[in-house]
Design a protein around this ligand. Structure first.
Ligand SMILES: Cc1cc2nc3c(=O)[nH]c(=O)nc-3n(C[C@H](O)[C@H](O)[C@H](O)COP(=O)(O)OP(=O)(O)OC[C@H]3O[C@@H](n4cnc5c(N)ncnc54)[C@H](O)[C@@H]3O)c2cc1C
Length: 495
């Protein structure tokens, strides 16, 4: 049986980053991934030569000296073909039929917003100063705000909606400032202020897409892990963690020899962890009940659309189209309704090419909309499921066509995914896009730390406290610091 210093379950972004750090530190590391492809939510799939992203559309804070840049330098990811989105409008929010361009840079942001809402100038200044404070000290404010230290008054223990509505009084402005909602689980009753502030602030710093797809991040990390002497095994689902003489050190793997490891890091949904580790003496029934009772955020419906050549010009920004008057309720829409919002995101074309070859349309979708099909197998889903997907895609194309003239005629092929797709491919509970729903009223229950009930087993990934590329990358540092018994920070990368 092969023995390792550290075994990582799941080759999502968090798992690969933890493996990268530990392998770079000289440990003998293996990553065990159930799928054929690496990356989990950042997988890219290719059809007829075109690349389509699944859960990676754009990232924030990648300019020199900014938070994600600092981390991605360490992970060797800054040489990838990053493309900076338009500084004058990286996101366009369409609310009440009117367009609001969101620029990068806090002084631009302030001036642009004041141009739209002159009567709210003072409130815009205070709001922008607050976000800028979080942006310039994202790690510090996280350390003060959370990771097990959920002090009263911290940014995690305050509700984002309460903050927004008490500091901004114009309801249209409240909606515009929350208008990039599909990248958050925007819920009035639960969303912690830190999550709202960290995500919005990091994108205002700078926003980037990746030419060729998010998969390159996973491939680059895997190549580095192998260069450091580590291993990455695919088509290998971990089915059970086994305890021997009081130590959980063995991973049983489908279609593969078991392996043993001193440290185990789980980049999987905690409910899945409970399933595979539930037989050990460390995982008590009370813990199982607590974890399985946690709520998951909404899933996402995506129509990945291949475009006919030379028909739709590439737009170097995202468009968030809102059809409702309260964007904070859009995450609760059901498939029986017309979509209340649509995110339009372009795939970056080849260097110098003016026309887009693909475009993605996204809208939140509930697990309850697809749960009845969960017993069916991929590629053999019932007609009703395929009809649901076709109907949703047509509705999103209808909405997007109002802002992308010619879109309907330009459609060459459509590939669709639902929360069921994510549940199948990544094992994410209920196909949730961003994992466990973090609730500022119940931080001690909903904000998990890297520590599991098993002393040598650690958690990582979006189900802890932060989702998204930046959030998961920050969490990887915290997980490795816990596993190495060091202080969290860039020091975990070693010399
Ligand atoms: C539709 C969508 C759009 C998004 N858009 C953006 C965006 O534009 N920008 C942004 O910053 N973030 C975005 N995100 C969020 C971001 O993609 C995620 O937060 C992040 O990729 C999650 O990484 P992870 O490591 O936590 O987990 P995952 O990506 O879920 O990885 C878990 C891995 O574990 C594997 N696994 C599961 N069970 C087992 C097992 N038993 N044995 C072995 N392997 C197993 C899975 O196959 C998977 O590869 C988006 C997410 C979604 C769903």
């Amino acid at each position: 049986m092969n023995h390792y210093d550290a075994a990582i379950i799941g080759a999502g972004l968090g798992g690969l980053q933890c493996a990268y750090i530990l392998a770079k530190r000289g440990m003998k590391v293996v990553v065990v991934e159930k799928n054929h492809l690496l990356g989990g939510c950042i997988q890219t799939f290719t059809r007829r030569g075109k690349h389509f992203d699944t859960g990676f559309h754009y990232v924030g804070g990648l300019d020199d000296g900014q938070p994600l840049n600092i981390l991605f330098q360490q992970f060797g990811l800054m040489d990838l073909p990053w493309v900076r989105l338009d500084a004058n409008g990286f996101d366009e929010v369409i609310y009440g039929g009117k367009s609001y361009m969101i620029p990068t840079g806090f002084s631009n942001f302030r001036e642009r917003m004041k141009g739209f809402f002159p009567g709210s100038a003072t409130e815009i200044d205070s709001y922008s100063d607050f976000l800028e404070g979080v942006a310039t000290d994202i790690f510090g404010s996280f350390l003060r705000a959370g990771d097990g230290n959920m002090s009263e008054g911290s940014l995690f223990s305050r509700g984002a909606y309460d903050f927004l509505t008490s500091s901004i009084h114009d309801t249209t402005l409240q909606n515009v400032l929350s208008g990039t909602s599909p990248k958050l689980t925007l819920q009035k009753e639960t969303l912690p202020l830190y999550t709202f502030a960290q995500i919005n602030a990091s994108f205002i710093l700078s926003a980037y897409r990746l030419r060729g797809g998010g998969m390159q991040v996973a491939d680059s990390l895997a190549a580095s892990i192998r260069r450091f002497g580590g291993e990455v095994i695919t088509d290998a689902e971990v089915t059970r963690l086994v305890e021997n003489n009081g130590v959980v050190d063995t991973l049983q793997i489908a279609n593969h020899e078991p392996i043993t490891a001193n440290i185990i890091i789980a980049d999987i949904h905690p409910t899945q962890f409970v399933r595979i580790a539930g037989d050990t003496s460390f995982v008590r029934n009370i813990y199982k009940r607590r974890i399985t009772a946690l709520q998951n955020g909404f899933g996402m419906f995506t129509a990945n659309i291949a475009l006919k050549p030379g028909m739709i010009k590439y737009l170097n920004r995202n468009i968030y189209i809102h059809k409702s008057s309260d964007v904070w309720t859009e995450g609760s829409q059901t498939a029986a309704e017309q979509p209340r919002c649509c995110l339009v995101s372009f795939g970056v074309p080849g260097v110098g090419e003016e026309y887009a070859s693909n475009i993605d349309l996204l809208t939140p979708m509930q697990w309850s909309d697809v749960a009845e099909f969960a017993g069916s197998r991929v590629m053999r889903r019932p007609d009703a499921y395929n009809e649901l997907k076709a109907r949703k895609a047509a509705q999103l194309i209808d909405i997007a066509s109002n802002y992308i003239p010619g879109l309907k005629d330009a459609v060459e092929n459509i590939y669709t995914s639902t929360p069921l797709t994510y549940a199948d491919y990544t094992g994410t509970e209920q196909g949730s896009a961003y994992g466990i729903n973090k609730d500022f009223n119940r931080l001690a229950y909903t904000l998990l730390t890297p520590l599991s009930p098993i002393p040598n087993v650690y958690f990582t990934g979006q189900n802890l406290s932060l989702h998204g590329i930046l959030g998961v990358s920050m969490t990887s540092l915290f997980t490795c610091a816990a596993a190495l018994k060091e202080k969290p920070g860039l020091g975990v990368f070693g010399a």
